[in-house]
Design a protein around this ligand. Structure first.
Ligand code: ASP
Length: 346
């Protein structure tokens, strides 16, 4: 059933004939019911996220955004969907383990006030995004790692359990036969194709989600099990504020997917937001960040995948990746399940 705001939005779009490319941020001028109406003049509320698994994640986030809810609540609820999916081996509890058989999860979250929290290399606890939010809201810190993150989660009511599923264990044992480490690009697409990923293949990919709510506020979330078969203790970009995720409510937000080491080396998501501050459109900012990475590593350019996704305060969004095959999902009052093929340098 369509929500009231969804129908209102539809009517507004019909009346104006355009979706707010020229929309203004009106959230600060208005309040209460008016706020929702005024927000319709711009292209928000809206939620965007990486890869195909962004579609069901966005739909969950939309339940909150369409009622005028807060972007922070929306992104947390949204990314919990792939975190809980037993068929998803690159995000959350069913993620493939490291080379020693440990499932270690990374996540971070950031709100419109610049508050942020994260967990890295956390074992035995599902829904790392909710633990990350708790780090943000209940501690004076930004990032908890390893055993300390697990301890904090358990002390705050999260259940401790072994995350390695029978399917993940089988894939890991298959991998151990050759134990070659060569991350494969765009494995998420293959995961969701009818032909399932054979157990001995490499696997990574992340959900990064950005939402702009009816009040004009932006929040983001990023969560992953990281690169399958990684060294024990390896942490990628996804839980690192500025690398895997960055939000500046004056400008916009950005998130990333792909080989996290390169994103960290270039402080990728922070770079994308700063480029937007300088006037770049979201897609152009993502493209420039991608170009910086491949300029430094031209020898890797055919095998390395890194993609960025960004949104600005007007609700304009865009993405860019090094390799073809990067997709992202968009959900607003017009489209609940739109999957867009991201552009690539190659
Ligand atoms: N960025 C993630 C990591 O390096 C993995 C991915 O998105 O492919 O851990």
């Amino acid at each position: 059933m369509k929500s009231a705001i969804s129908l209102l939005n539809r009517r507004k779009f019909l009346l104006t004939g355009t979706i707010g490319a020229s929309g203004l941020i009106l959230g600060t001028k208005v309040s209460g019911k008016n706020m929702v109406k005024e927000a319709l003049a711009a292209n928000f509320p809206i939620v965007i996220s990486t890869w195909d698994f962004g579609i069901p994640a966005n739909q969950e986030a939309w339940k909150i955004l369409s009622k005028g809810g807060r972007a922070l609540d929306a992104v947390e609820a949204g990314v919990r969907i792939p975190e809980a999916d037993p068929n998803n081996h690159s995000v959350g509890a069913a993620g493939y383990p490291d080379r020693d058989g440990h499932v270690t999860l990374d996540a971070c979250i950031m709100d419109e006030k610049g508050n942020c929290g994260g967990v890295a290399a956390m074992e035995y606890v599902d829904h790392p995004i909710s633990v990350a939010r708790m780090v943000m809201e209940k501690t004076p810190h930004v990032l908890l790692v390893g055993e300390g993150a697990t301890q904090f989660a358990v002390e705050n009511g999260f259940k401790k359990r072994v995350l390695l599923t029978a399917e993940s264990e089988k894939a890991w044992k298959e991998w151990l036969k050759t134990a070659q480490y060569k991350p494969e690009i765009n494995t998420e697409n293959k995961l969701y194709s009818p032909k399932k990923l054979p157990g001995n293949q490499y696997n990574h990919d992340t959900i990064g989600m950005l939402a702009l709510d009816a009040a004009g506020n932006i929040s983001g979330a990023c969560t992953t099990s990281g690169m399958a078969w990684k060294l024990h203790g390896r942490v990628g970009d996804s839980p690192i504020i500025g690398a895997g995720l960055f939000v500046d409510n004056e400008v916009g937000g950005a998130t990333s997917t792909g080989v996290g080491e390169e994103v960290i080396r270039n402080v990728g998501s922070f770079l994308v937001v700063e480029l937007m501050r300088q006037g770049y459109k979201p897609e152009d900012a993502c493209k420039e960040a991608v170009n910086r990475i491949i300029k430094k590593k031209p020898e890797l350019s055919k095998t390395l995948q890194v993609g960025f996704l960004a949104i600005n305060k007007k609700g304009e969004y865009g993405a860019y990746a090094i390799q073809k095959g990067f997709s992202f999902a968009v959900c607003n009052a017009e489209k609940q399940d739109l999957l867009i093929k991201g552009k690539s340098v190659y």
